[in-house]
Design a protein around this ligand. Structure first.
Ligand code: FAD
Length: 406
């Protein structure tokens, strides 16, 4: 009987376990948390965004995106949907491609996986942290919780990345891959909030706007995203910030200076905004400058602009064309230097990780160590926001599981 250990019961370890189990093997699935799939439970802002229907390799970042090609053909969305439906888990696919369980509740996903693992005879060990893996002859040795010594023929490391340690994030995969001679790309937080020392940002804390955020950098040209921007005490949050954070985090890792330009009214061009303001000045000459801005932007932003320009006491009849242009400049190109990300504790995912050139893209087996496998976020593949990261975890876990079965 082949003895298999799967370390980490997140998306990739769970699907791997179900596909690896047969009558001729025994599977121990180790999870340090007291429940399986903790990151599934918090995904999609509680609505459980577990996949995306429209996936290409261009939805991911990594040093070797060709690694994804086989998996995308072999375990695309339709196959994932079929797998879910066969387990009794039905999906809801939104227009933007985001996929949720039909119930929009993660508990359904967790419950179904728990039952299937038990039905299939996978030995699930919860609250069981693996500290290290050693090798003796052709066996792997694991000491769950530092107690028993267990020998295995094959091991899958599906312990994810160090993003969000409170939910189970750990550097176990990196440490073990390194100990087995694998090359690693330095990991960096992604889908994460950004920190700035710019005082005006913390003064506007609590304000949320729909904006366009552009990265001003020589390395990444034309990177800009539209969406929510939330001003906070430490810096910037919101979907647009999470979306652009991959590029920012990578530049910070390389010690590059990062400046973001925020367009606070992206739906109006500069010319359009100018004509709106000039018309407003003509129609309402006795209104205060603050009142005009409050018709366009939240109060705290209006106050910041009038303070910055010294226009607090101005009435609209006193505004010159030059004044209007200064206002528009601050609204359409609010510059913010980014000093850091908010860190691994708050990141949804990590970029970097195990070099995929040293892992077989069809089986997820290490090319350096026979019978050692890696899947999911531990690998140097990170996706955009919107279900892509789970999609890769399912895909790589599926391929690993099939191959573990032998
Ligand atoms: C707040 C948040 C929201 C997210 N929302 C989305 C979303 O909406 N859509 C999306 O696609 N992605 C989302 N993600 C990212 C997604 O959760 C991950 O990409 C995905 O979970 C990776 O799956 P994985 O199986 O590789 O790793 P994980 O899900 O991290 O699973 C690894 C498991 O291994 C366990 N483990 C770690 N070390 C050990 C050890 N030494 N011994 C035993 N067990 C160990 C961990 O406890 C964990 O359960 C979100 C992440 C976070 C943090």
């Amino acid at each position: 009987m082949t003895k298999i250990a799967i370390i980490g019961a997140g998306a990739s370890g769970l699907i791997a376990a179900l596909h690896a189990k047969n009558r001729d093997n025994s599977i121990d699935l180790y999870e340090k948390n007291s429940i399986i799939g903790k990151k599934i439970t918090v995904s999609g802002n509680g609505k459980c965004n577990i996949a995306n229907k429209n996936i290409t390799k261009y939805d991911y970042f990594g040093n070797n995106l060709d690694f994804l090609e086989y998996g995308l053909k072999e375990f695309g969305f339709l196959k994932f949907e079929k797998f879910c439906n066969e387990m009794g888990l039905y999906l809801s696919v939104k227009e933007d491609g985001k996929v949720y369980p039909r119930s929009f509740e993660s508990t359904s996903v967790i419950k179904i996986f728990e039952e299937k693992l038990s039905e299939k005879g996978v030995n699930l060990h919860l609250s069981s942290e693996i500290k290290k893996i050693t090798r003796q002859n052709d066996k792997f040795i694991l000491e769950p919780n530092g107690k028993d010594i267990n020998f295995y023929d094959k091991v899958l490391i599906s312990t994810g990345s160090k993003a969000s340690p409170k939910l189970g994030g750990s550097s176990f995969s990196e440490n073990m891959a390194k100990s087995f001679g694998h090359n690693l790309f330095p990991s960096y937080p992604s889908l994460v909030q950004l920190e700035t020392k710019k005082k005006q940002v913390s003064r506007m804390s609590g304000v949320k706007i729909e904006a366009k955020v552009t990265l001003l950098s020589k390395e990444y040209k034309k990177v800009s995203v539209e969406g929510d921007v939330l001003f906070t005490k430490y810096g910037l949050s919101g979907f647009a910030i999470l979306d652009i954070s991959f590029f920012v985090s990578k530049l910070l890792l390389e010690n590059k200076k990062v400046i973001l330009s925020i367009d606070m009214i992206p739906e109006f061009s500069i010319d359009k905004l100018q004509s709106i303001m000039i018309k407003n000045c003509r129609n309402n000459p006795n209104s205060s400058f603050d009142t005009m801005l409050m018709g366009l932007l939240p109060l705290k932003i209006a106050k910041y602009i009038s303070f910055e320009l010294g226009f607090a006491k101005k009435r609209l009849e006193d505004l010159s064309l030059k004044d209007v242009k200064k206002v528009i400049y601050l609204i359409k190109d609010f510059r913010c230097s980014i000093e850091d990300t908010h860190g691994f504790d708050y990141a949804e995912v990590c970029g970097g990780g195990i070099d995929t050139l040293e892992v077989d893209s069809k089986t997820m087996e290490s090319k350096l160590v026979k019978n050692l496998y890696f899947s999911g976020e531990s690998l140097d593949i990170v996706g955009k926001r919107g279900g892509y990261n789970f999609a890769f975890a399912w895909m790589s876990g599926y391929l690993a599981g099939k191959s573990l079965k032998g």
